[in-house]
Design a protein around this ligand. Structure first.
Ligand code: DAH
Length: 349
């Protein structure tokens, strides 16, 4: 009877070893091996519960069973340790793979910001004129009717007012300037009777039907030179020099007679089309020329309004649109792109 019990226990131990080994092979995580330990080897585990029957064995039978039990225990403990080591290695490897960096991959391009095209053209203009001795003069965007029109020889009811339809503020007589020309009066009144050489950049506003070439807000750069003995040749020399630097040496320019109330005589300056080189294309409307700026000799009445004696002083003035220059220079066909914040525009330049 007692023999059968011994056999029984030995069999149970062997079976336990097999079952435990199979279960261990299926434990794939550290957590699972802990559960396995508590099921098979802990004090409340299956090995201990088999050994509880040791008491029913005779004193001679016990040592063999005890030995086998110790062997099973040792085998299982070794197996557990091996399993835990290999799981820990696998887990580490997984982490390493997930967090690894492939240093041979090409870098991801970072899109750097760029200056707005108009800003770049403005800076080019500043550089060219300051090198010729012009200073940059800031003047207000909100003006009175007097400065924007009257002091520039455009009295109320003058037909030339049709060229500059403006925005009115709720304060009577205060308007958003339609051009940078009123800045001429501010500069003259500040410096007269000293000679002046200034450019006046800034935003202007017009009540426009917005289309590909017209915006209700745009930039202008005004220029003004006043002194004794300033002639039309000075105007031409300065502006041709400017065009050569802005568009490249040797590009043809031409002056056409024109009309502005604040200059006499008045001209417009054209530049050979920068895109087709004068052959004719959609940008220059097949004329071969692009309008560049308006200019002229400062009208005696405007000189007087600025505080200069027109019998003693003379001067020239000009006004150009840097947005338009940017459109021409970079072959962009719609001024509205400048304000839509689509960065693809800047990939072109
Ligand atoms: N103020 C003019 C405009 O907005 C441009 C202009 C023309 C400015 C001739 C000048 C000038 O100083 O002399 O259309």
């Amino acid at each position: 009877m007692s023999k059968i019990v011994q056999q029984d226990i030995l069999q149970q131990l062997q079976q336990l070893q097999r079952v435990a080994q199979t279960a261990l092979a299926q434990a794939n995580t550290t957590e699972a091996t802990r559960e396995w330990y508590s099921e098979y080897l802990s004090r409340k585990g299956r090995l201990t519960s088999i050994l509880r029957n040791l008491g029913s064995l005779s004193a001679e039978e016990r040592p063999l069973v005890g030995k086998v039990a110790n062997e099973v225990k040792a085998v299982l403990e070794n197996a557990l340790q091996e399993r835990q080591t290999s799981i820990a290695q696998a887990e580490l490897e997984a982490v390493r793979r997930a967090e690894s960096v492939d240093v041979t991959l090409p870098g991801r391009p970072q899109n750097l910001g760029k200056l707005h095209i108009t800003t770049r053209v403005l800076r080019d203009i500043y550089a060219i004129f300051t090198a010729m001795g012009f200073q940059i003069y800031d003047s207000p965007e909100v003006e009175t009717d007097e400065y924007n029109f009257q002091l520039l020889n455009i009295p109320p009811g003058h037909p030339a007012r049709d060229m500059w339809d403006t925005f009115y503020t709720t304060t009577p007589g205060l308007i958003l300037r339609t051009h940078t020309s009123p800045g001429q009066i501010h500069a003259m009144r500040e410096y007269a009777p000293e000679p002046i050489r200034v450019i006046l950049p800034g935003k202007c506003y017009r009540y426009e039907a917005v289309d590909a070439s017209h915006e209700s807000m745009f930039y202008q750069v005004e220029g003004l030179a006043i002194g004794k003995h300033i002639t039309f040749s000075d105007l031409k020399g300065v502006l041709i020099n400017f065009a050569n630097q802005m568009y490249g040496e040797g590009r043809k320019a031409r002056f056409r007679k024109s009309y502005f109330p604040f200059t006499e005589p008045s001209v417009e300056m054209d530049i050979e089309c920068v895109l087709c080189g004068g052959k004719g294309c959609p940008v220059c409307k097949y004329s071969g020329w692009l309008e560049m700026l308006g200019a002229g000799m400062v009208h005696p009445r405007v000189l007087q309004n600025g505080g200069y004696d027109p019998t003693e002083f003379s001067g020239f003035a000009f006004g150009m649109g840097p947005d338009r220059i940017a459109l021409q220079k970079y072959g962009i066909d719609d001024i509205r792109y400048f304000f839509t914040n689509d960065a693809r525009l800047f990939e072109r330049v």
